[in-house]
Design a protein around this ligand. Structure first.
Ligand code: DMJ
Length: 380
């Protein structure tokens, strides 16, 4: 996973020799013919997304063939009675498991599967992933909100907590980005309606700062005043959709959360100011938002924000051989773990924030949720 997830970052940074070597390594060693259950969402955003973006950068058809082979092996996830995907699939047998899923996992597949369809001419990839997204949206509450967990066999919500955090976050991201990438009017409609409900029921003003908390999807009643590192993708998405005013305000709140302990926690209660879950697994979302806000507003304050975060990040997470997540942002104790998204996303967004504007034209690519840039190279 790590070589695939990091490949386009190397090309973007001009590390061509290392990237070409990694590409050969992948082609030689990567086989999906394995008797193993994989999590469809993680493999789609990291490996499928990574292969597709690297294919677009290099034109190396072998990467597209690998993506096609992987896509075919993942397809059985969609064979539930609702069309909502199971969480896990065995790459060899096609057997599925995991009927309790969430909007992020059922609705964050269309950029990758849709692009695979466009590049291979196999419409089935597009149709199944789009159906999964629509089936998620169709089950929104009368208030227009989605919940945290859903049974893919019955289509019934098993957890009705609504928010823009873990298990829901990138569902909203793909509604908007699939409109951008594919010109999908259905996605634009779902985004417009969904985001209006998010602003109405989840937004929370505390002492002049704007946050997005939790509420029950059916009653709209506040269930928690928590946010966290994952929620920090939201300002970037708002900025991308043209809502720079809210985007800037939420990014300021997120940066406040970062500065409290010199690095951001996984879960933070914005009402009490207390950390509720103190880990920091090297997440990229706040840098992603700083980058998109900088490119869309040109306000240099996002560069200073980025500089501060980079200094903190290196100070607390760098080790002699790699980077380590933190088990606790208050004590800064290190975990012995480095996710591949550090290479795919965190470093990429830090780099792009300070890179020359022409390194990558932000108007010509759509980043998947793992920061793999996809270019629309097809007509329709
Ligand atoms: C990444 O795998 C993706 O950004 C995903 O959407 C959320 N979690 C991690 C990074 O925090």
């Amino acid at each position: 996973m790590t070589p695939v997830d990091s490949l386009d970052t190397m090309y973007l940074m001009g590390l061509k020799k290392e990237a070409d070597g990694t590409r050969e390594y992948i082609v030689k060693n990567l086989s999906f013919d394995m008797d193993v259950y994989v999590q469809n969402f993680e493999v789609t955003i990291r490996i499928l997304g990574g292969l597709l973006s690297a294919y677009q950068i290099t034109n190396d058809k072998r990467l597209l063939d690998l993506a096609d082979d992987l896509g075919r092996r993942l397809l059985p996830v969609f064979d539930s009675s609702t069309g909502l995907p199971y969480k896990y699939v065995n790459l060899k047998t096609g057997k599925t498991r995991g009927e309790i899923s969430n909007p992020a996992e059922t609705g964050t597949l269309l950029i990758e599967f849709g692009t695979l369809a466009k590049l291979t001419g196999k419409a089935v990839y597009y149709d199944k992933a789009k159906r999964a997204l629509v089936e998620t949206y169709k089950r929104r509450s009368p208030l227009g909100l989605v919940g945290t967990n859903i049974n893919v066999e019955t289509g019934v919500w098993t957890n009705t907590d609504s928010h823009v955090s873990a298990e829901i976050d990138s569902y909203y991201e793909y509604l908007y980005k699939c409109w951008l990438l594919f010109g999908e009017r259905d996605c634009k409609k779902m985004w417009d309606e969904g985001i209006a409900a998010v602003h109405k029921y989840l937004a929370d003003e505390v002492d002049g700062s704007l946050w997005y908390g939790h509420a029950d999807m059916n009653t709209g009643k506040r269930t928690a005043t928590t946010t966290g590192a994952l929620d920090a993708f939201f300002p970037g998405l708002l900025a991308l959709s043209g809502d720079k005013r809210r985007a800037g305000r939420v990014q300021d709140s997120m940066f406040k959360m970062w500065r409290l302990h010199g690095i951001e926690p996984e879960v933070f209660n914005y009402k009490t100011g207390k950390v509720e879950s103190g880990g920091y697994p090297l997440r990229p979302e706040i840098m992603e938002s700083a980058y998109i806000l900088y490119r869309t507003t040109k306000d240099p304050k996002y560069l200073s924000m980025g500089q501060q975060m980079w200094e903190d990040f290196v100070k607390h997470c760098r080790t002699d051989v790699a980077y380590a997540g933190l088990t606790n942002v208050e004590t800064k104790e290190k975990a012995d773990y480095m996710h591949s998204f550090l290479l795919a996303e965190t470093f990429k967004y830090f780099y792009l924030l300070f890179a020359l504007e022409n390194t990558l034209d932000v108007n010509k690519v759509v980043f998947n949720t793992e920061a793999h840039p996809i270019r629309k190279t097809w007509k329709n």
